[in-house]
Design a protein around this ligand. Structure first.
Ligand SMILES: N[C@@H](CCC(=O)N[C@@H](CS)C(=O)NCC(=O)O)C(=O)O
Length: 219
């Protein structure tokens, strides 16, 4: 039985899935998407025609979308860290916060990054202005929320924190979290110190030069 994850160490959504694998020490094979392994990209493309990664493969089953990958791991490879709480209300809150981080942190952060990757003449400053405003709004909302919580939904580390770690990591690079948002900044630091994310972050270090806005000399 082989569990394989297709992705790239520097990819935010790959990191989200890696955190879940590392939290419960699940054995898997990492298959990198990149020029050195074209066969991995071919496999990804056959399994999911949009070729977005990560993709999880197990004995002929393909699971794409990072949230669904974590839901799959929760069902098929349960471990001591229950990333989806058993309590129904807490599970709804977890899934809501997972959507918040993907849709309202990761998406505007990606918009800024993708714009910077375009040729100079194709860049659109209005995309960046809008994305910065969206990030500023969600930073404020999250800062209030994190004033009374250790992790996204409270005392337990969940799927929502798997989404939060890479999204806040890169969002702060693209649009720094202001010092006034002290609760959010502290939460980001807690995420960075979590061993599962620390490992994913360290594995991504060799690729920091890929960050089109220039990676800051920290974190
Ligand atoms: N909603 C997807 C997003 C996946 C995604 O956009 N992945 C990026 C890498 S972080 C990707 O595949 N980029 C290459 C592309 O869009 O062709 C998920 O949660 O897995």
């Amino acid at each position: 039985m082989t569990l394989a994850l297709y992705g790239h160490p520097f990819s935010s959504y790959t990191q989200k899935a890696l955190i879940a694998l590392y939290e419960n020490a699940i054995a898997f094979e990492f298959r990198i998407i990149g020029p050195a392994a074209p066969e991995n990209y071919d496999r990804l493309k056959r399994a999911w025609s949009l070729a977005k990664f990560p993709l999880l493969e197990e004995d002929g089953t393909n699971v794409f979308e990072s949230t669904s990958i974590i839901e799959y791991l929760h069902l098929k490879h349960p471990g001591p860290v229950r990333l989806i709480p058993n309590d129904g209300d807490a599970a709804v809150e977890t899934r809501t916060l997972d959507r918040v981080f993907d849709n309202y942190v990761m998406t505007p952060m990606n918009a800024i990054v993708r714009n910077a990757m375009r040729a100079e003449e194709d860049r659109d400053p209005s995309i960046v202005t809008e994305a910065r405003a969206q990030l500023e709004a969600i930073y404020g909302w999250l800062d209030q929320r994190m004033a009374t919580r250790k992790w996204a939904i409270g005392e337990v580390f969940t799927l929502a924190d798997c989404a939060a770690a890479p999204s806040l990591f890169y969002a702060d690079w693209a649009h720094p979290i202001a010092p006034a948002f002290v609760h959010l900044r502290n939460y980001r630091q807690r995420l960075l110190a979590r061993p599962s994310y620390d490992r994913a972050n360290n594995e991504a270090r060799p690729y920091r030069h890929y960050f089109p806005l220039g990676a800051p000399d920290r974190d």
